[in-house]
Design a protein around this ligand. Sequence first.
Ligand code: 2P0
Length: 355
Amino acid sequence: NEEETWVVMKTARAPSNIAVIKYWGKRDEKLILPINSSISVTLDPEHLSATTTVAASPAFEKDRLWLNGKEVSVEGVRYKNCLREMRARATDVVIESSGKVIRKEDWNSLHIHIASENNFPTAAGLASSAAGFACLVYALAQLMGVQEKYEGELTAIARLGSGSACRSLYGGFVEWKMGQEIDGTDSIAVQLAEESHWKDLVIIIAVVSSRQKETSSTSGMQESVKTSPLLKYRAEEVVPKRIVQMEKAIKSMNFTEFAKITCADSNQFHATCLDTSPPIFYLNDTSRKLIGLVERWNRHAGEPQVAYTFDAGPNAVMFAKNKEVAAQLLQRLLYQFPPSADTDISRYVHGDQSI
Ligand code: 2P0
């Protein structure tokens, strides 16, 4: 039966993003609504991204999911929510090669197969869920012919997969606005500036450890919301001001301001982790050495040359003011942390960015 044999598929790629004003804590666990807005920089997809293929066929008996080649359950509430919201927005789609029309209502009964791969270690604090869910939602939108009814609608669906994923649907500098609505429709990401906006800025990522982190972000932030008085103060009193300052620093490409706020926000985020009961430790000795290196350098220089930020793991993301500073930074890193004799450095250095 020819009707039963067709398959339609789409592939998309989405990069990871690194927050310079951190998201930590939800006001609604189901809808993934944050207690504060956040701002991030979307990375170059060449180095840190997810690639996802989604396929639909009447021959598929159920929705299935493969992550990095291994089948995992698609029964998790986050996948189910994303798939449900995308199916609800599906439209009539014509398969170009055959002219077959998949009708809007067919999407409710068609099962989807999803295969996603990261080109970097999962769950090491390099925002793999962000790239993954952004990519899934974008690929499904292509497959199902979904058009946004309002700007940012797809980011609100990616948010249901993982909060930080909403920021990965845009390149460049992105703000996730916390929103006010109870249904989360205004908790969306907006682009503050395009990827080409700040050409001098160079991002260097120092992978301190590619091991899975001990405390997941999801449970870590739940504990912080429950137990950290500092987090409440941060969300209400500190972040709203920083969002305004950071937006200004990015738009005017003011590296001094950008660096000061980025470092301060990373440090306050890790302070709220320490203020959680029981305390959460994401940084290790190497992370702290990297902080010391940058702080000393900036103090000697008289104004910031490099900024650092750490997510829910020990890996450092550093921003160099320009290419010359980036070259010096790499030199200093290699001096302070000499690679062992059997390390092939060329594996870690890719053009402007280094992993
Ligand atoms: C961020 N992080 O803004 C912050 C900084 C980690 C530290 O977003 O529960 O994986 O899926 O919404 O998005 C990590 O949290 O958590 C995160 P869920 P998510 O990038």
